[in-house]
Design a binder for this molecule. Structure first.
Ligand code: PGA
Length: 248
């Protein structure tokens, strides 16, 4: 078992309407409630359109709520954006930042992500900072170098380590059904801990990318893996709970 309290995060991405999202959230919450006390932290990150409805419906349940991205500023003329403090208003305690769908899909740089991390931490949120190599990086043997650069540039000076989680998400494993072996994940996690220096031992490092009920056990049986960030498999309550309960 990991020394650090495990963390299981659902990233719903841009899925779920009001009714389906609430059904999913309530079904997961019911399973979590029945398993109380939980030996791990459980977090749902719905699309922003559902954040309030989900956090309101889950009040008093052993589940945290997170956002999937936020702006660097506290407020301003930024059409379509939401600030970290606004997510706090919606009941959030966590924030995913630097997901590959933001880095690659929206051209977000590590420098921008560092500013977002700073803003989210200032608002009191625990930041889940995603890093990971592309298939081309992997082929070129550049995984370590790429992750080192992402870690160095995506964490702001003075980052609050108590509010920091790293998610190692190889880009080639996200949504593809392909995964590294648990041993490969452990190898990368150990390198990330080293890169983090003194704080490395205390930071929770999650794995993300095609986590399913069938591979969750082999991943979560590794002491080095402090939890998982789950995309598509988190859209099914039974499947998501089957992953989470491996930590119980
Ligand atoms: P996936 O997504 O589980 O669908 O591969 C993971 C993620 O993008 O965080």
């Amino acid at each position: 078992m990991s020394k650090r309290r495990r963390l299981i995060v659902a990233n719903w991405k841009m899925y779920g309407r009001l009714t389906s999202g609430l059904v999913l959230a309530r079904d997961i919450a019911e399973m979590a409630q029945n398993a109380r006390p939980l030996n791990f932290d459980l977090v749902l990150c719905p699309p922003a359109s559902l954040t309030w409805a989900v956090s309101d419906a889950l009040q008093g349940m052993p589940i945290g709520i997170g956002g999937q991205d936020c702006h660097t500023a506290t407020h301003g003329a930024y059409t379509g954006d939401l600030s970290a403090a606004m997510f706090v208003d919606l009941g959030c305690r966590y924030m995913i930042l630097g997901h590959s769908e933001r880095r690659h899909g929206h051209g977000e740089s590590s420098e921008l992500i560092a500013k977002k991390v700073e803003a989210a931490q200032l608002a009191g949120l625990t930041t889940i900072v995603c890093v990971g190599e592309t298939a081309a990086d992997l082929e070129a043997g550049a995984t370590e170098e790429i992750i080192q650069k992402q870690i160095r540039e995506s964490l702001p000076p003075g980052v609050k380590t108590a509010n920091l989680v790293i998610a190692y998400e190889p880009v080639w494993a996200i949504g593809t059904g392909q995964t590294p072996t648990p041993e490969d994940v452990v190898g990368v996690h150990k390198k990330i801990r080293k890169m983090l220096g003194e704080i490395g031992e205390t930071i929770r490092i999650l794995y993300g990318g095609s986590v399913t009920p069938s591979n969750a056990e082999s991943l979560l049986s590794q002491n080095e893996i402090d939890g998982v960030l789950v995309g598509s498999a988190s859209l099914n309550a039974d499947g998501f709970w089957a992953i989470a309960e491996k930590c119980q």
